[in-house]
Design a protein. Structure first.
Length: 663
C-alpha cells in the first residue's frame, strides 16, 4: 500500500494488481495458488529478512497461505503435486486443465529451496527457534522439509510434547478386581471384545484417552459410563467426586452433548447419589470453558499458569478443533487431570489450521486398528478380559497409541442399513461405493445422477421446498419454537460449494423461489415466519457461534413481533433473540457441508454437482452422508462422485509424525 499526506490526514491508496511482467510469482496468482495480498506481504517479510530471492518469497507466501487452507505447514517435497485450488465457474476452469497449469508452474528444486531459505535470515532451524535466536527477523521455521510460520511450529511442538507427557503420566492406582466389577455392571460382557468397555478401561488407567468413531458408534454412550466409572473409583478411594468439564467446539455441539449425556443416565446401573451428580454436568463451548477474554478472541483466562480446576475434561467433536485451540486447551488442563477427546477422524477436519484428531489416531487411517504395547495390554486385560491380546497390533514400546481406541460398530443407523454400509465403505476406501449407492434398496440412501435424470435438480428443490414449507406453516400458525426447530432439523440441503450451479447461494435462491410458488410469498420483510437463519460470525456476548442455526418465529409475548429461536447451549429449551441483535447472518435453506459438521438431520440432501473439483473429497462425502439419521439423497454426477471418493484430504502437518514416530 502507498500513502500520501493530505491536509494533515494519512490517505491510503490501493496498489495495482500484480502483472506478469513485473513479478516473477504472477503465474502462481493467475492460477489461484496465491493471492495478491500473500505475495505482497511475503515480499515485505523477505525484505525485512534481507532478501529479494523469488524462491524465498514464494516459500514465505506459501507459508502464509497454508493456514488459510487448513494446513499447519508447507511440505516442500510435496507442495507441487498436492497443491489444489478451486476451479472457477467459467468454461476454461476444467479440472484437467487446471491440473496441467499447476504442474507447469515454476516450482523450485526442493534441496536448493531449503538451502536458500536457511542461507539468509528468512527461516530458522528448530534449534535456533527453540532458543529464540533470530526471532526478530525470521518469521519461518524449517523443520526437515516442513516450513512453518513460527507460531504454528510452536503450537505443534508444544501440543506434541504435552500429549506425550500426558500419555506417560501415571494415574491413581485402581483395584483391577473392583474395576472389572464396575465395568461388568455398566457394560455387561459377551464373547467378543467390547470396544466401548475397552475405552472406559483406558480412561480409568490413563490421563489421556482418545475415543474415535463414526456417528452412532456409541461415543456418548461410552462417555456416560466412563464418568460413572470414574465417580465409582473416586468414591471407592474415599475421596471427593471428580469435578467434570464437558466441552465442544460449537454451542450446538455442546447442547447436543448435554442432551445425549442426560438421555443416557436412566440406563446406568448406578445409585441415585451418582446419578444426581452426573445429571448436574452441563457442556459448554471450549472458548467458554477456557474463559475467552473480551479484549481478544484468542486469549483465555485459563492457561498453563492458570489451569482449569477440573479433574476430568471431556471434549466432543474433537475433529473440529484446530491446532491452535487444541494446544491452548491441553495446556490449560492440569497435569494430574484426565483428558478425553472424542470425535470422528474420518470427518472433515477443522475449518482452521490442523488435523489434530487425525494426527492423534495415527497412520492406520480409517482402519479400526487397535495398537497397544505389551505394558498396556497387561494393565487392561484384568479389566476387559483375555481376548484383548488377540485383537491388537502389538507396539514395540508404550506410546500415544496406547491411548487411542477406535469404535467400529455403527449403532445410530439401522443394522445393515444403507447409510451405515456406505459410511463403512467410504471409511475403508472401497472403490465401488458408487455401486453401493446405486444398489441401495432399503430407502435410507438414494443417489440421483443429473446425467441420467434431467429433472434431478428440480426433484431436489421440490423435496426441499416441501419440507421447509412445513416449517413456514408451523411458524405462521404460532407453533411452539421447540417444535419449529425440530421441524427445521428434519431436512437440510448440504452443498459442497458456496457458489456456482451446485452452490449454496444458488440453492437458497431456488428453494425460496419454489416456496413463493407453493405458498405465496413467505417474505414479509427480511424476517418472515419460518425463515431459517445461519450465523456467520461469532458473538460472545450473545453466545452465538459461526455455524449456529435458528429460525424466525412469533414473539410469544407480542404476536406482531418476530424473534429468532436458537437451541439453548445446554439444558434443553430455546433462546429467543431480537433480529436487530443478531450478528452477521444469512438465509440457510442450504448450507455448506463444512458448516454442517457437528449437526444431525433426519434427511440430508447432499448436492455435489456434475463437475469434479479438488474440493470434492472422500471426507467431504463421508461427512455429508453421516449427517443423516434416517435418509440421505445424493445429487452428483457419476464422474464427480467417483473422483471425490478416490480423493482423500491431504493436510500438511507434522503432529502425527511427532506423536507416532517419536522415541
Amino acid at each position: 500500500m502507498s500513502s500520501s499526506d493530505t491536509g494533515g490526514r494519512q490517505l491510503t491508496l490501493p496498489e495495482p494488481p500484480l502483472r506478469q511482467e513485473d513479478d516473477g510469482l504472477a503465474a502462481f496468482v493467475e492460477v489461484g495458488v496465491l493471492l495478491d495480498a500473500e505475495v505482497r506481504l511475503a515480499r515485505r517479510v523477505a525484505s525485512i529478512a534481507g532478501t529479494t530471492d523469488d524462491e524465498v518469497v514464494l516459500a514465505i507466501a506459501l507459508a502464509l497461505r497454508a493456514p488459510r487452507l487448513g494446513h499447519v505447514c508447507v511440505e516442500l517435497h510435496h507442495v507441487a503435486e498436492r497443491t489444489a485450488v478451486e476451479p472457477s465457474s467459467g468454461p476454461v476452469a476444467g479440472e484437467q486443465e487446471l491440473a496441467a497449469r499447476l504442474a507447469a508452474l515454476p516450482w523450485p528444486d526442493t534441496a536448493r529451496w531449503q538451502d536458500r531459505l536457511l542461507a539468509g535470515a528468512a527461516a530458522r532451524t528448530p534449534a535456533d527457534a527453540a532458543d529464540g535466536r533470530s526471532a526478530g527477523v525470521s518469521p519461518l521455521v524449517l523443520d526437515g522439509d516442513r516450513l512453518y510460520l513460527d507460531r504454528y511450529w510452536r503450537y505443534e511442538v508444544a501440543l506434541a510434547d504435552a500429549l506425550r507427557a500426558r500419555g506417560r503420566a501415571p494415574t491413581e492406582p485402581v483395584d483391577p478386581e473392583r474395576a472389572a466389577v464396575w465395568l461388568d455392571t455398566l457394560f455387561g460382557h459377551g464373547p467378543e471384545l467390547d470396544r466401548q468397555r475397552l475405552a472406559a478401561a483406558v480412561a480409568l488407567l490413563r490421563r489421556l484417552t482418545v475415543i474415535a468413531g463414526g456417528p452412532g458408534t456409541g461415543k456418548t454412550y461410552t462417555v456416560a459410563r466412563v464418568l460413572a466409572t470414574l465417580h465409582l473409583a473416586a468414591r471407592d478411594r474415599g475421596g471427593r467426586l471428580p469435578q467434570v468439564a464437558l466441552a465442544a467446539p460449537t454451542g450446538k455441539a455442546a447442547a447436543r452433548l448435554t442432551e445425549s449425556l442426560q438421555a443416557a443416565l436412566p440406563d446406568l446401573a448406578i445409585d441415585e447419589e451418582l446419578r444426581d451428580a452426573l445429571s448436574r454436568i452441563q457442556a459448554s463451548t471450549i472458548h467458554r470453558l477456557l474463559g475467552v477474554q473480551r479484549s481478544s478472541a484468542t486469549r483465555f483466562r485459563h492457561d498453563a499458569r492458570h489451569p482449569l480446576p477440573h479433574d476430568v475434561v471431556i471434549v466432543d467433536e474433537a475433529s473440529m478443533v484446530s491446532l491452535p485451540l487444541m494446544a491452548k486447551l491441553v495446556a490449560a488442563v492440569r497435569d494430574d487431570a484426565r483428558l478425553l477427546l472424542l470425535g470422528d477422524r474420518d470427518q472433515l477436519a477443522s475449518v482452521e489450521a490442523g488435523v489434530v484428531l487425525g494426527d492423534l489416531c495415527g497412520p492406520h487411517g480409517s482402519r479400526p486398528v487397535l495398537q497397544l504395547s505389551d505394558t498396556a495390554v497387561a494393565a487392561l486385560e484384568p479389566l476387559v478380559g483375555p481376548r484383548l491380546a488377540d485383537e491388537v497390533a502389538p507396539a514395540d514400546e508404550p506410546g500415544i497409541w496406547d491411548a487411542v481406541v477406535r469404535l467400529d460398530r455403527f449403532r445410530r443407523f439401522a443394522a445393515g442399513g444403507g447409510i451405515a454400509e456406505v459410511a463403512r465403505a467410504i471409511q475403508r476406501g472401497e472403490t465401488d461405493v458408487v455401486g453401493q449407492l446405486a444398489g441401495a434398496s432399503d430407502g435410507q440412501v438414494r443417489w440421483i445422477d443429473p446425467g441420467a435424470a434431467p429433472d434431478a435438480d428440480q426433484q431436489v428443490i421440490g423435496l426441499a421446498a416441501a419440507a421447509y414449507g412445513r416449517v413456514i406453516d408451523a411458524a405462521r400458525h404460532g407453533r411452539p419454537p421447540e417444535e419449529i426447530l425440530a421441524l427445521l432439523s428434519e431436512l437440510r440441503v448440504l452443498c459442497a460449494h458456496r457458489r456456482g450451479p451446485a452452490g449454496v447461494e444458488r440453492y437458497n435462491a431456488a428453494i425460496e423461489a419454489a416456496l413463493v410458488q407453493r405458498q405465496g410469498s413467505p417474505a414479509v420483510g427480511r424476517f418472515y415466519p419460518g425463515r431459517p437463519v445461519l450465523i456467520t460470525e461469532n458473538d460472545r456476548a450473545l453466545r452465538l457461534a459461526n455455524g449456529d442455526v435458528g429460525v424466525v418465529v412469533g414473539d410469544p409475548n407480542d404476536p406482531d413481533r418476530s424473534v429468532v429461536a436458537f437451541a439453548a447451549e445446554a439444558g434443553g429449551g430455546v433462546r429467543l433473540l431480537s433480529p436487530a441483535r443478531l450478528p452477521a447472518h444469512e438465509t440457510t435453506y442450504a448450507m455448506t457441508i463444512h458448516k454442517s459438521q457437528g449437526s444431525q438431520f433426519g434427511h440430508a440432501v447432499v448436492v455435489l454437482g456434475e463437475r469434479s473439483s479438488p474440493l470434492l473429497t472422500r471426507e467431504l462425502v463421508y461427512t455429508a452422508i453421516t449427517r443423516a439419521a434416517e435418509r440421505v439423497t445424493v445429487l452428483a454426477g457419476d464422474g464427480a462422485l467417483r473422483q471425490a471418493l478416490a480423493r482423500p484430504v491431504q493436510r500438511a502437518s507434522g503432529l502425527g509424525p511427532r506423536l507416532w514416530d517419536a522415541p
